[in-house]
Design a protein around this ligand. Structure first.
Ligand code: UT7
Length: 327
């Protein structure tokens, strides 16, 4: 089996910034409530005319440039998203056309917030097997279009953005272990009731607001704290690493309190943990690639560093990656 590593990473983040104070002007909430419950101070939001592929394409172009990869070299494009431009065609096909990846296959992958980790897991296996050489894995979301701005229990939590990685065979380092898991029995704790085949969109579902995200925050919180600990322990065991060997922990950026609980258990110092939930809120599948990109920009990642990424989300699902940084 071949080793597989990240050759380049890119992001696209909206310019418009909505602070907690801005939200409090039109919603019954406060900066104090949001910060103390979640650690979020502000989030970036796309414009009404923009769609998820606009950001996926920009993130993809930057990742390709940084990896020194031309569009024709790409064999496969995976876009992890729950907020694609439309039910079909896939957002991955829109990206494929825009970047001119004429040789590439393209599909969307739906695994909510850990979607990018799921995509990396699939891509790693395909390259390791020798069947594919160059895969573009994107996490891109526009949750601002899937929440009700009249529902303070969900609207304050999310932000928009995209992150992308080019995966290729590497001589050393790269992905050491992957982990994906699911417990569909908890699906009812975080879901969108209508707009699919169970309850197609009708005037009634729209009037009910059944096309917006519904969440049992406390149940998701409990699940998240448990699964972040378990998945981190499991990925460390798979990679044959101990917690104190982690150079950088990149947890899903959903809630500062969930991150704190995971970090405390591992006993890691703050400088070895990436936290940007305060500035972007929860960007779902884009959260981890954006955090990796920022860490690299800030000089917090160098080739050979041991990195652990861990995430959870709607499904309920979870995923983790252990990789030695390669770009
Ligand atoms: O990628 C997965 C995404 N989901 C998550 O990660 C969610 C995980 N869960 C959480 O992060 C937390 O459960 C929340 C941040 C969502 C909520 O925090 P909580 O401490 O569990 O609050 P709660 O749901 O128990 O609500 C407490 C109170 C309620 O009022 P009452 O019933 O006690 O009077 C809510 O109505 O806070 C109220 N509330 C708000 N108040 C001000 C809910 N949302 C808001 C808000 N501003 N935005």
């Amino acid at each position: 089996m071949r080793r597989v590593g990240i050759a380049g990473i890119g992001v696209a983040i909206p310019e418009k910034c909505l602070t907690n104070e801005d939200l409090a002007k039109f919603m019954d909430t406060s900066d104090e409530w949001i910060r103390s419950r979640t650690g979020i101070r502000e989030r970036r939001l796309a414009e009404p005319h923009e769609a998820t592929s606009d950001y996926a394409i920009r993130a993809a172009r930057q990742a390709m440039e940084r990896a020194g990869v031309e569009a024709e070299e790409i064999d496969l494009i995976i876009v992890a998203t729950v907020t694609g431009d439309m039910p079909f065609p896939s957002t991955a096909c829109l990206v494929q056309d825009a970047i001119g990846a004429k040789r590439a296959g393209a599909f969307d992958l739906q695994a909510a917030c850990p979607g990018w980790i799921y995509g990396m897991t699939v891509a790693e296996g395909m390259i390791a097997s020798g069947r594919f050489n160059c895969i573009l894995v994107i996490g891109a979301e526009m949750l601002s279009k899937l929440v009700s701005w009249a529902d303070r229990s969900t609207a304050v939590l999310f932000g928009d953005g995209a992150g992308a990685a080019i995966l290729k065979p590497v001589q050393e380092g790269g992905i050491q272990a992957t982990l994906v898991g699911a417990d569909g029995s908890g699906g009812c704790n975080l879901y969108v009731p209508a707009g699919g085949s169970r309850r197609p969109t009708t005037a009634e579902t729209v009037a009910e607001g059944a096309h917006f995200v519904k969440m049992n925050g406390q149940e998701v919180f409990k699940f998240a704290v448990r699964v972040m600990n378990e998945a981190t322990g499991e990925i460390l065991a798979k990679a044959g690493w101990t917690a104190d060997q982690i150079d950088l922990l990149v947890p899903h950026q959903a809630n500062g309190r969930i991150i704190d609980a995971a970090v405390k258990r591992l006993g890691l110092p703050a400088e070895r943990v990436v936290v940007n939930v305060d500035r972007y809120a929860n960007t779902s599948s884009a959260s981890i690639p954006i955090a990796l990109w920022e860490a690299q920009e800030a000089g917090r990642l160098k080739p050979g560093d041991k990195v652990v990424c861990v995430s959870f989300g709607a499904g309920l699902v979870w995923g983790a990656l252990a990789l030695e940084w390669t770009c």
